[in-house]
Write a protein that binds this ligand. Structure first.
Ligand code: HEC
Length: 174
């Protein structure tokens, strides 16, 4: 074997020896390897198989569920009776909304989509924080339905109709 041939073999060996493990590693990092250790790829279409229409339309059970969520997440400021007199309320300016008062002035409207937006993004510059990281889309809509059943919201709140529910998609994915 002459020197030239040895060099060629050395180079080919080097490429195979380093290149193959590198290719496998890159494949693993990108989730492309088949077999037991492959990472699952996120299927974006799964997000859209969620039945948002039924979530947005709600049901009497959603109202009940919303009431429980309210007691667990909102009571400290808005009060157990939803009258805006929670234990933390007196320290807050502006004060938390009273959901029993039909004459209360709201920052956004009492339309279902606006209430959902407030729950998701909060009311900037106030103690009303965003709940999108804490409550699922379904839970936030359950709260919208519960609030829509209260005296200060009822009458100003237009129940969700089929057309709005069909057109609705969350701005942000689940
Ligand atoms: C830390 C206190 C606090 C908590 C907890 C809180 N809120 Fe509020 N909320 C407020 C304050 C303060 C306002 C008044 C904001 C304003 O004037 O825009 C408010 C306003 C609102 C409004 C009216 C928005 C508008 O357009 O005027 C809604 C709806 C609402 N809260 C729902 C909820 C729900 C539902 C929860 C529980 C998931 C909750 N809040 C938890 C303090 C709180």
């Amino acid at each position: 074997m002459n020197n030239q041939r040895t060099l060629e073999l050395f180079i080919i060996g080097g490429i195979l020896g380093i290149g193959a493990p590198c290719a496998v590693l890159m494949g693993v990092l990108h989730g492309e390897r088949t077999g037991a250790i492959a990472y699952p790829k996120v299927k974006t279409e799964e997000v859209f198989t969620v039945d948002y229409k039924s979530i947005v339309m709600g049901s009497p059970e959603d109202e009940e569920h919303g009431k429980t969520l309210f007691q667990n997440n909102c009571m400290a400021c808005h009060g157990a009776m939803a009258d805006g007199k929670g234990p933390a309320a007196s320290a807050l300016t502006p004060p938390p909304r009273n959901f029993l008062d039909p004459d209360a002035r709201w920052t956004r409207s009492r339309e279902p989509k606006d209430i959902y937006q407030t729950l998701s993004e909060g009311s900037p510059g106030t103690a009303m924080v965003a709940f999108s990281a804490m409550l699922s889309v379904q839970d936030r809509w359950a709260l919208v339905h519960y609030l829509g059943s209260l005296p200060g919201v009822q009458g100003k709140f237009h129940p969700v109709d089929e057309a709005m529910a069909s057109a609705w998609r969350p701005e942000k994915k689940l």
